[in-house]
Design a protein around this ligand. Structure first.
Ligand code: COA
Length: 260
């Protein structure tokens, strides 16, 4: 895969996407959003990819937000289009991807950067990382799902405070809030993400996809996640992985899942 603003490395069923604009602190311009969207679609269509990690190049930033220079002169219509296109083409795409996506937050995750991390299935961070949604300090509000996903992850009161104050929280605070799952040194961040990915890879990818759909349905208006769980649970019985998983257990051996 050849991109200008991102790097994609594939090794043994694991894809690592690195946002590669370190001089601009990996700010999300429209070209980067388009490339990320293309990359995620290609990786999703590749059945050999079992886990995706997304991170930022350099030690300073995961992503320091949407690229402010691109929208400084936008009108109401252009602003709405920017948010809608970004949400539909990238942030919702990631959230609903059937391949697990881990955000490895290596530095600043601000604005669109934190929104990108929040669209991933879960997050881990370097102990140097800082997170926030500073949009109101620019006279804006978060536009890539931040007002919706932050309260889902940390609760309404904390989300209100973080957004209203436009302040940054440390990785330690983010862990305490439940925004990230693990904190680790910068050097150990990707190795930890890869270690978690290895654990995920051992399991049935078709069952994992079903679990992602059921969990996500908990947060969708007018959708009954319990009902989704019942249907997906039933569907699991028709998969080859179910037969393999239960047979392997009974035969006291490790399962060899094929993701079907
Ligand atoms: N959009 C566009 N460019 C950005 C950017 C963004 N969101 N964040 C950083 N950059 C650029 C800077 O303009 C600068 O470019 P330059 O060297 O060509 O002038 C470069 O990245 C380095 O950033 P700089 O501000 O010099 O680094 P710093 O260490 O002094 O500060 C931050 C780091 C993260 C505190 C600061 O860059 C910042 O506040 N960024 C914007 C965060 C934000 O509001 N995001 C939400 C956007 S909706």
């Amino acid at each position: 895969m050849n991109f200008k603003n991102i790097l994609v490395k594939i090794t043994d069923g694991l894809a690592t996407i690195t946002i590669n604009r370190p001089k601009k602190l990996n700010a999300l311009n429209s070209a980067t959003i388009e490339e990320l969207s293309t990359a995620f679609k290609i990786l999703e269509d590749n059945a050999t990819i079992k886990v995706i990690i997304i991170t930022g190049r350099g030690e300073k930033a995961f992503v320091a937000g949407a690229d402010i220079s691109e929208f400084a002169n936008f009108s109401t219509q252009e602003g709405e289009k920017l948010a809608r296109l970004g949400q539909e083409s990238l942030f919702n795409l990631i959230e609903n991807l059937s391949t697990p996506v881990i955000a490895a937050i290596n530095g600043f995750a601000l604005g669109g950067g934190l929104e990108l991390a929040m669209a991933c299935h879960f997050r881990i961070a370097a102990d140097t990382a800082k997170m926030g949604l500073p949009e109101v300090s620019l006279g804006l509000i978060p536009g890539y799902g931040g007002t919706q996903r932050l309260p889902q992850l940390v609760g309404k009161g904390k989300a209100m405070e973080l957004i209203m104050t436009a302040t940054m929280i440390t990785a330690q605070d983010a862990k305490q809030w439940g925004l990230i799952n693990h904190i680790i040194t910068q050097d150990e961040l990707l190795p930890l993400a890869e270690k978690i990915a290895e654990k995920i890879k051992r399991n049935s990818s078709i069952a994992i996809s079903a679990a992602i759909r059921a969990i996500n349905d908990n947060f969708k208006d007018g959708v009954n996640g319990f009902e989704t769980e019942i249907i997906e649970f039933g569907d699991s019985f028709a998969t080859e992985d179910f037969k393999e998983g239960t047979t392997a257990f009974l035969e006291k051996r490790k399962p060899n899942f094929i993701g079907k």
